[in-house]
Design a protein around this ligand. Structure first.
Ligand code: SF4
Length: 482
C-alpha cells in the first residue's frame, strides 16, 4: 500500500536551500539536516531511550537494595556512592545545562520517564486529558512539593529516598500514560515536577523548531492527498508554535508540510519577543517563588546559622513549656529522614523547621524580587500586569544558574571526598554567577527597551539591578559568607 505521506525534504536538499543561490552549506542548513536526521532515526532514538531506562532503573533500584555505605566508601568502590554521584552530581546539573544549550532535547530523546509514559500510553486506556490535569499551576506546585519533600527525606543522600522520589515520579508517569491519551505524553506536558523548569530554561536555547506559517498555508493549497499528521508526543500546536518551551525537540515534525525545521535563533528571542505576547502568572511564580525561592531555601538550610538559631529557639521554647513530642525522632524514613545507624534522624521539629525555613526564604526572596520587578515596570511606563510577567522572564538565566550551582555543590563535595583538588570551584561559581547576571541584565534591558528609552529606561534598570543583587547576596551567604 502506498503511503499517503508526500515526499519530505532530505538533509542535502535542506542544506542546499539554506545555502541560497551559491549552494554553500550553512549553519542553518546543518541544523535543518540535524532535525531531519532525528526524524529519520526514530528507531535508533527509541533504542537509546530504552538503554537509558535500563541504566536509570539499575542506578535507582540496586543501591536501594544494598546496605548503606561505610564512611570510608568512595565513588569508585561503592555502587551507592557512585549512583549518588551520577544522579545528583552529573545527571541533574547537566540535564539542566542541556536545556539552555539544546532546548528540551533531553525530554524528547533521552528522558526515561517520558519514554515510559509514552510507551504506557500506547498500550493504555486512551482517555482524554481531564480538566484538573490542565490546571496551569501544576508546574509550580509539583516543583515546590517535590523539592520540599526531597529535603525532608534527604533525597540526595539516601538511595531509598531517591527510589521513593524519582521512582515514585516514574510510576506516576506510567500510570498517567496508561490512563490518559493515545500514545502521547500527558504526564510530561502537565504534571512532571520539572516540566515548568525545563520549559523556562529551554527559552534560552539557541535552537528551536521554527514554523513557517506561509509555507504551511501554501502546503494546503491544491493538495488532494491528505498529509499524515505528526505524532507530537507533548501535544504541541504545531502550526502556531512560536517558541521551544513546550517542544521536546524529538524531530518528528521536521520537514512537515515543508514548513517546520530545526533552526538557530538568538538566545534572547523567546524571552524578549515571544514572551511579550504571553501573560502566565504561574511562570512568574515558578521563577521568583520556585527557582529563586523554594529551591534557594532548600539549598540554604543545611548551611544556614539562621536555621540552627531558629530551631534552637523553638526547641528551648518547647522544653520550657513541657511539650516534648515534637522532639521525638520516630517518624518513618519515607516521611522524615531516619537513619539511626548513621546518626541521621529528623525529629518532628526538624521537619517543621525545615519546611518553615524553606517557605520563609521563598516568601522573603520571592516577594522582594516581585517588588523590584514591579518597580521596574512602573518606572518604564504605565502599569500592566502582563509587563510584570514579561520582565520576570529576564531572571531565567540567574534562576537556572542558581539551580545548577546548588546541585553542583554536591558534585564538588563528592569530588573533594575523593581527593580531587577543588580549589577552583568558588572561582568557577563566581564566573558563572557573573555570566548569568549579565545575561539577565541583557534580557531585562531588551525587555525594558520595548516600553521606554533614554534616562527612563536607565532608571527602570535600577530595580532590576537590585533584584539581581538580592539573588547574588543569597548565593554569597551560601558559598562565601557562612
Ligand atoms: S513540536 Fe512536537 S513533534 Fe515537533 S520536535 Fe517538538 S516535540 Fe517533536
Amino acid at each position: 500500500m502506498k503511503s499517503a505521506r508526500p515526499p519530505l525534504p532530505h538533509s542535502a536538499d535542506v542544506a542546499a536551500r539554506a545555502g541560497g543561490s551559491c549552494r554553500q552549506p550553512t549553519a542553518q542548513g546543518f541544523m535543518a539536516a540535524v532535525g531531519l536526521w532525528l526524524r529519520d532515526h526514530a528507531g535508533l532514538l527509541r533504542a537509546l531511550q530504552w538503554g537509558v531506562v535500563v541504566v536509570y532503573a539499575a542506578l535507582l533500584i540496586v543501591p536501594a537494595c544494598l546496605d548503606l555505605p561505610e564512611d570510608s566508601a568512595r565513588i569508585w568502590n561503592n555502587l551507592t556512592i557512585f549512583a549518588q554521584f551520577v544522579f545528583w552530581g552529573i545527571w541533574w546539573p547537566f540535564v539542566l545545562l542541556s536545556m539552555v544549550l539544546f532546548g528540551r532535547l533531553w525530554c524528547g530523546v533521552l528522558c526515561p520517564e517520558g519514554a515510559l509514559s509514552e510507551w504506557a500510553a500506547k498500550k493504555g486506556l486512551g482517555r482524554p486529558i481531564p480538566r484538573w490535569m490542565r490546571w496551569g499551576g501544576w508546574p509550580f506546585v509539583a516543583f515546590a512539593l517535590t523539592t520540599i519533600y526531597g529535603q525532608l527525606v534527604s533525597v540526595y543522600q539516601y538511595p531509598k529516598a531517591a527510589l521513593l522520589v524519582l521512582g515514585g515520579s516514574t510510576v506516576a508517569a506510567v500510570i498517567v500514560g496508561f490512563i490518559y491519551t493515545r500514545g502521547k505524553r500527558a504526564w510530561c506536558r502537565h504534571l512532571c515536577p520539572v516540566n515548568g523548569v525545563f520549559g523556562l530554561l529551554s527559552k534560552l536555547a539557541p535552537m528551536y523548531y521554527r514554523v513557517d506559517e506561509a509555507a504551511w498555508k501554501a502546503s494546503q493549497q491544491g493538495k488532494t492527498i491528505p498529509i499524515q499528521a505528526v505524532d507530537c508526543a507533548p501535544l504541541q500546536p504545531l502550526r502556531h508554535m512560536q517558541g521551544g518551551s513546550g517542544c521536546h525537540m524529538c524531530g518528528r515534525c521536521s520537514g512537515h508540510r515543508d514548513a517546520i525545521e530545526l533552526s538557530l535563533r538568538s538566545p534572547t528571542e523567546e524571552v524578549v519577543k515571544v514572551a511579550a505576547k504571553e501573560a502566565d502568572g504561574w511562570q512568574t511564580a515558578l521563577i521568583v517563588y520556585g527557582l529563586l525561592g523554594v529551591a534557594m531555601g532548600a539549598f540554604h538550610w543545611t548551611m544556614s546559622p539562621w536555621f540552627v538559631a531558629m530551631k534552637q529557639a523553638a526547641a528551648e521554647w518547647l522544653v520550657d513549656h513541657d511539650i516534648l513530642w515534637p522532639l521525638d525522632t520516630e517518624a518513618p524514613w519515607w516521611l522524615l529522614t531516619h537513619y539511626p545507624q548513621h546518626n541521621d534522624v529528623f525529629s518532628w521539629l526538624d521537619g517543621a523547621a525545615l519546611i518553615s525555613y524553606v517557605l520563609a526564604t521563598a516568601l522573603a526572596l520571592g516577594s522582594g524580587l516581585l517588588l523590584c520587578l514591579a518597580a521596574g515596570v512602573r518606572i518604564a511606563g504605565p502599569w500592566r500586569t502582563q509587563r510584570l510577567h514579561h520582565l520576570a522572564q529576564s531572571l531565567i538565566p540567574l534562576a537556572g544558574c542558581g539551580v545548577f550551582l546548588g546541585l553542583s555543590a554536591l558534585t564538588v563535595t563528592l569530588l573533594k571526598a575523593e581527593g580531587v583538588p577543588m580549589f577552583w570551584a568558588n572561582d568557577a561559581r563566581l564566573t558563572l554567577l557573573a555570566g548569568a547576571n549579565l545575561w539577565s541584565l541583557w534580557l531585562g534591558r531588551a525587555i525594558l527597551a520595548r516600553w521606554s528609552s533614554g534616562p527612563r529606561q536607565a532608571l527602570a534598570l535600577m530595580p532590576l539591578l537590585a533584584a539581581l543583587a538580592l539573588v547574588d547576596a543569597a548565593w554569597g551567604f551560601m558559598f562565601w559568607w557562612w
